[in-house]
Design a protein around this ligand. Structure first.
Ligand code: C5P
Length: 205
């Protein structure tokens, strides 16, 4: 059983994917982390995220980088969004995601193109979305708790820029699979969003 969870940044897809993995007893891969690791490696190499060659070279990042707390930074998220437009980078990360998805027993993967590219045969596909205001507000509270000095307007701007890049790129743009179940979490609390996702997946199986 493969469960694909796609959606934009701060939509709640990570929280939902983690909860689904626990509920159904499946391993979980946050594929955004792989793109973040590439973005971070470009930075460490002093390369340019918009350059296809630099970005491709950075896909050779060491596994230890996946544990780097800097992967969660907003700067790294921006770099991830930039390296992810290169088809060669997406291709280089494909096999790793594909073998995770097809492991015996099944898996939960969250990202942007799981239901469309990585595992189009997934038994359950969710597309998690929320208004840019709701997502910015959540991200703002999260960052305030971590003591990061940032304004709501800055976060909203950054989210809009990233959404635009993710939706308009030529390869694997952020769009719901035709057979995805869309869950809008704008007006839902954490537990409500998780309950809605568990119900949707249960119905799909
Ligand atoms: O989900 P997260 O914010 O960690 O992803 C960081 C960036 O990586 C996204 O903005 C997106 O551009 C890219 N990404 C992608 N395909 C995925 C996962 C992430 O293009 N499957």
């Amino acid at each position: 059983m493969i469960i694909a969870v796609d959606g934009p940044t701060a939509s709640g897809k990570g929280t939902i994917a983690t909860a689904l993995a626990e509920h159904f007893g499946l391993p979980h891969l946050d594929t955004g982390l792989l793109y973040r690791a590439v973005g971070r490696q470009v930075f460490l190499d002093g390369g340019n995220a918009d350059d296809g060659g630099d970005a491709l070279a950075a896909t050779g990042f060491p596994d230890s980088l996946l544990g780097d707390p800097h992967l969660r930074d907003e700067e790294t998220g921006g770099l991830a969004s930039r390296v992810s437009v290169h088809p060669t980078v997406r291709q280089a990360l494909y096999e790793r995601q594909r073998s995770f998805a097809t492991q015996p027993g099944g898996a939960v993967l969250d990202g942007r193109d799981i239901g469309t590219v990585i595992a189009p045969e997934a038994e359950a596909k969710l597309f998690i979305t929320a208004s840019v205001q709701a997502r910015a507000h959540r991200r703002f509270l999260e960052m305030r708790d971590r003591g990061v000095p940032v304004t709501l307007a800055e976060i909203e701007d950054d989210l809009r820029r990233r959404d635009e890049r993710d939706r308009n790129r030529a390869v694997a743009p952020l769009v719901p699979a035709a057979d995805a179940m869309v869950i809008d979490t704008s007006a839902l609390g954490r537990d409500e969003a998780i309950a809605a996702a568990i119900e949707a997946v249960t119905h799909a199986l």
